[in-house]
Design a protein around this ligand. Structure first.
Ligand SMILES: Nc1ncnc2c1ncn2[C@@H]1O[C@H](COP(=O)(O)OP(=O)(O)O)[C@@H](O)[C@H]1O
Ligand SMILES: [Mg+2]
Length: 315
């Protein structure tokens, strides 16, 4: 059946204020300079949606914002990249979230004010919304307490409606990792954590043990490993794939979300999983060539030109 959208993305929505080339680490009671500043679309889910849309997929976004300048900015930025924003929820009593990013080379320290994203929950997502797409992606569980203990219901609803599903858990700012993967993963087709997130959420010390802990319930797991590339777990085998190494990283903001977009782009076209993984690595690497999570993604042609010229990718 023909659906209005290929993918519905549900997740947090906020701006990123990125301060880069900071002279040294912040210290209480002192003031320092950053040499560059960028105000840009932030949040894992929105970066994923934006980059997937630029790749040519029909994407709609569901998130919650306030009636303010940051909320309008997020919506406009998504729309500029072709993402449908008509299902974004606005609450006039709330403020749109914001993340201040202090960036140091390939690493960064973030502080997030959650605002409206804190008050979105499963009840906000109707069956009619889900029925409009063939795939559901959810990102940033720990930033959205409205989904606590409810994510299995959301993913089950999506599966019952015939959608395929993917899930990027993202970091837990409280670092309690209070989440039972085995309740949710039966309804998730592609689980996409980074290495640290996977170890934390499974409470294991090695990747092998972490994957073992999930093997009864997971279908496909892709583990992001920064400039070491990624691992693909499927049918009891673990396949590594090296990164397309970028020696001139501007920043790695959104590399993981771009990786997710590359993977789902290929997955929706029924590409073999190894090709999904390789293309995901490529899109993650391309993300590191520009500041923030979305600047490297303007047009499909431009992306593929960077892929060829910078990373020798021929398809
Ligand atoms: N320096 C880099 N050079 C090339 N590719 C990179 C680099 N950093 C990240 N990537 C690619 O982006 C993917 C996701 O990045 P990662 O930092 O692991 O995710 P997250 O942002 O979720 O922590 C990696 O698996 C890799 O393929
Ligand atoms: Mg990530």
């Amino acid at each position: 059946m023909n659906k209005k959208f290929d993918v519905i993305v549900i997740g947090e929505l906020n701006v990123d204020l990125i301060l880069n080339q900071i002279h040294s680490f912040p210290e209480i009671g002192k003031e320092k300079f950053a040499d560059t500043m960028t105000l840009t679309l932030g949040s894992s889910a929105a970066i994923f949606a934006s980059n997937l849309s630029v790749l040519g997929i029909k994407v709609a976004f569901i998130g919650k914002v306030g009636n303010d300048i940051f909320g309008r900015f997020c919506k406009e930025e998504l729309e500029k990249k072709g993402v449908d924003t008509s299902m974004i929820l606005r609450n006039d009593a709330l403020e749109t979230g914001a993340t201040v990013v202090l960036n140091f080379g390939e690493d960064r320290a973030n502080i997030t004010y959650q605002g409206a994203m804190k008050l979105m929950d499963v009840q906000d997502i109707s069956d009619e919304m889900l029925a409009q797409a063939r795939h559901l992606h959810f990102s940033s569980y720990f930033f959205q307490p409205g989904f606590k203990g409810q994510l299995n219901c959301l993913f089950k609803k999506a599966k019952d409606a015939g959608l395929t599903t993917s899930f990027d858990i993202q970091w837990d700012p409280i670092e309690q990792w209070d989440f039972d993967c085995n309740e949710v993963l039966p309804f998730v087709d592609v689980f996409m954590p980074n290495e640290a997130e996977l170890l934390n959420v499974t409470k294991q010390y090695s990747l092998e043990k972490a994957l073992e802990a999930l093997e009864k319930n997971a279908k496909i797991i892709v583990v992001k490993r920064g400039n070491k590339g990624s691992l693909l777990w499927h049918n009891e085998s673990i396949l590594p794939c090296e990164a397309f190494v970028n020696h001139e990283v501007v920043d790695a903001i959104g590399a993981g979300d771009s990786f997710d977009a590359g993977f789902i782009f290929s997955y929706l076209q029924n590409e073999p999983l190894l090709q999904c993984q390789r293309f995901a690595n490529l899109i993650g690497a391309i993300s590191t060539t520009k500041a923030g999570g979305t600047a490297a993604f303007t047009y499909y042609r431009e992306i593929m030109r960077t892929a060829k010229e910078k990373f020798g990718y021929e398809g």
